[in-house]
Design a protein around this ligand. Structure first.
Ligand code: MG
Length: 390
């Protein structure tokens, strides 16, 4: 039933632990805004992220496979990856009595900055930007929510709360970006942000494994090299001894996800009992991560990652896709930088403004990084295929 009380007295935060983030006592937005009638600040952040252009573009950005090189439509894209991270993060946040809305918002924003063609796209742009500050997708996510999205008359960016921006800023390892300065005071972010940080690799390792098997990149004979896979087969077969094929694979994947989440919750509870934080800032001040796997689970998780590197990310078919991506991104970048008159009018305006300060490369980088895989290929075709419409 709809809560009839006005928003300021409505309880969005019942049942939260003392170390949970509360929208009502958060550090607020860079540009102060009145509270919404019936959504908390973190719920509102989630909705701003979902309505952003960058979020819609995740639909055609590569996770590992792109459907544009005839690999099929079955595989994860950045968007479905993001939704899976949000789902797992919400489950863990709820179980640990911290703010589910905050965890969800951070998860939905965490990959907004990905370039087309996945991690390879990032590495290529990073090379191209070497003398101009580099490129890294986590930092780019922060640029998108703070600067690049423009939908409000009074400010650039989405004006998200400090806690959501902190969660995005503290992901990744590069801290040189000026936008990250305001988050430097603590060694760690909120527990909600730490949850997303661990749920991201739980999500991608398991769905990449699933996609690799479906695509045929990872053969059944290779799966026996993966400790976690063997454990999962044992656990599933103890209940369903005759299971095989696709359903067995799905059930093993389920086991691997579930085992990691259950361990993460149990170990994080032990960590909380040991450190006894009484506020979100107590969690931030702790030099150790509060949200973590047990040592035993960390070893299995790392083994799974190494297995995927060996058998999937380094597979020759994935490498071939990456080489095509290099060709597209490098040629677009160099062309736009040397002939900015080919850029769309709004980007040209930015380019001219930034050229005065010697920062025009960043504008080309933002433009190329913002492209979906599909759009990058279309732009490539329009610019380099003589018979294509311009
Ligand atoms: Mg991710």
């Amino acid at each position: 039933m709809r809560d009839p009380r006005p928003a300021e007295t409505r309880d969005f935060e019942g049942g939260l632990a003392p170390y949970a983030s509360r929208a009502s006592s958060g550090r607020g937005r860079a540009h102060p805004e009145a509270e919404h009638q019936y959504r908390s600040a973190y719920q509102r952040d989630r909705d701003r992220i979902i309505h952003s252009q960058a979020f819609r573009r995740l639909e055609s950005k590569t996770q590992v496979y792109t459907n544009l090189f005839q690999e099929g439509d079955l595989f994860r894209k950045r968007l479905t990856h993001t939704i899976e991270v949000a789902q797992i993060s919400r489950t863990v946040a709820r179980e640990l009595c911290v703010n589910e809305d905050l965890a969800e918002s951070i998860a939905l924003a965490h990959d907004l900055g990905h370039a087309p063609f996945g991690h390879k796209g990032q590495d290529i742009l990073d090379d191209l930007m070497r003398d101009a500050g580099g490129f890294e997708h986590n930092t780019q996510s922060l640029r998108i929510i703070c600067l690049i999205e423009h939908r409000y008359p009074d400010f650039q960016g989405l004006n998200l709360t400090w806690e959501v921006r902190e969660g995005v800023a503290k992901k990744g390892h590069r801290q040189a970006e000026p936008l990250k300065k305001e988050f430097e005071g603590f060694p760690n972010p909120s527990l909600e942000a730490q949850i997303v940080d661990v749920c991201d690799p739980i999500t991608y390792t398991t769905h990449d494994l699933d996609d690799g098997i479906t695509n045929g990149t990872i053969g059944q004979e290779t799966l026996g090299e993966c400790l976690f896979w063997n454990e999962g087969v044992g656990a599933v077969k103890s209940r369903h001894p005759d299971l095989r094929g696709k359903i067995l694979n799905y059930q093993v994947i389920r086991h691997i996800i579930n085992a990691q989440i259950t361990d993460l919750i149990a170990q994080t509870r032990r960590n909380l009992e040991a450190s006894k934080p009484s506020s979100p800032d107590d969690v931030r001040s702790n030099p150790d991560k509060t949200c973590s796997f047990s040592a035993e689970m960390k070893a299995k998780h790392d083994d799974l990652k190494r297995f995927l590197y060996r058998n999937m990310y380094e597979h020759h078919r994935v490498k071939r896709m990456e080489e095509k991506a290099r060709e597209v991104i490098e040629k677009l970048f160099h062309k736009f930088l040397s002939s900015p008159e080919l850029l769309p009018a709004s980007v040209q305006a930015h380019f001219k403004r930034e050229k005065a300060g010697g920062n025009e490369k960043r504008i080309v980088c933002d433009y190329v990084a913002g492209m979906t895989d599909r759009y990058a290929l279309e732009e490539y075709d329009r610019l380099f295929n003589l018979r294509s419409r311009v």
